[in-house]
Design a protein around this ligand. Structure first.
Ligand code: ZN
Length: 205
């Protein structure tokens, strides 16, 4: 009896040994790391379209640069990146889908929330392949390039409208490290921006 009792206490004693708890903590930690690993941002910012180098849209209907003039004295809140229709649109950083919808000007869109008060917004999509609440990895496809909203005009070349908002203020995605080039072919003659031919003519976010 006495020996048995000692054996039991020795068995339970394993729990009191530091290696057990250290091992358990390490195990839990590694499990947590393994779970988070897919959501690590390996790059400051990932290309949102596959058409490299990322090229700013320039067509007869508009200038896709950040802060380019828009009708009504407004300015372009994002950048327009040329890309083939139906090609993938990808998350620039890991995050959570906070909004999916359809808007008169932006067409089909997705909004992601990232850490550090950063949001990214992808517009004129053809298809949306994520749902609100979903967690996405950096570089994960969230939709396809389309011509929805006021990008429908045949003279408007297919592009992704990308907006990055930091603490509620739109910022040039290039400041995050997104490398873009301007189109070598500039529209020689640009039509005067009017209500219906401007990428973001209907205002909004
Ligand atoms: Zn745009």
């Amino acid at each position: 009896m006495k020996r048995d009792g000692r054996r039991v206490s020795r068995g339970l004693g394993v729990l009191a040994r530091p290696p057990f708890w250290t091992g358990l903590a390490l195990g839990c930690g590694l499990t947590a790391v393994a779970f988070q690993l897919p959501y690590v941002n390996w790059h400051l910012v990932a290309p949102p379209v596959d058409a490299l180098p990322l090229t700013i849209r320039q067509d007869a209907k508009g200038d896709g640069r950040f802060s380019a003039p828009r009708s009504g004295g407004r300015h372009h809140r994002g950048i327009d990146l040329s890309a083939p229709l139906q090609s993938p649109v990808r998350a620039i950083r890991s995050g959570t889908v906070v909004q999916v919808g359809s808007h008169r000007g932006f067409g089909r869109f997705v909004e992601l929330e990232h850490r550090h008060s950063l949001h990214s917004f992808y517009a004129h999509l053809g298809q949306v392949t994520v749902e609100v609440g979903a967690r996405v990895r950096q570089g994960q496809q969230i939709g396809t390039v389309g011509k929805t909203g006021n990008a429908r005009h045949p003279w408007i070349t297919p592009h992704l409208h990308l907006e990055v908002v930091k603490d509620g203020t739109p910022i040039d995605p290039q400041t995050l490290g997104l490398q873009v080039v301007e189109s070598a072919v500039r529209a020689v003659e640009r039509h005067t921006p009017s209500e219906d031919d401007d990428d973001d003519a209907s205002g909004g976010v």
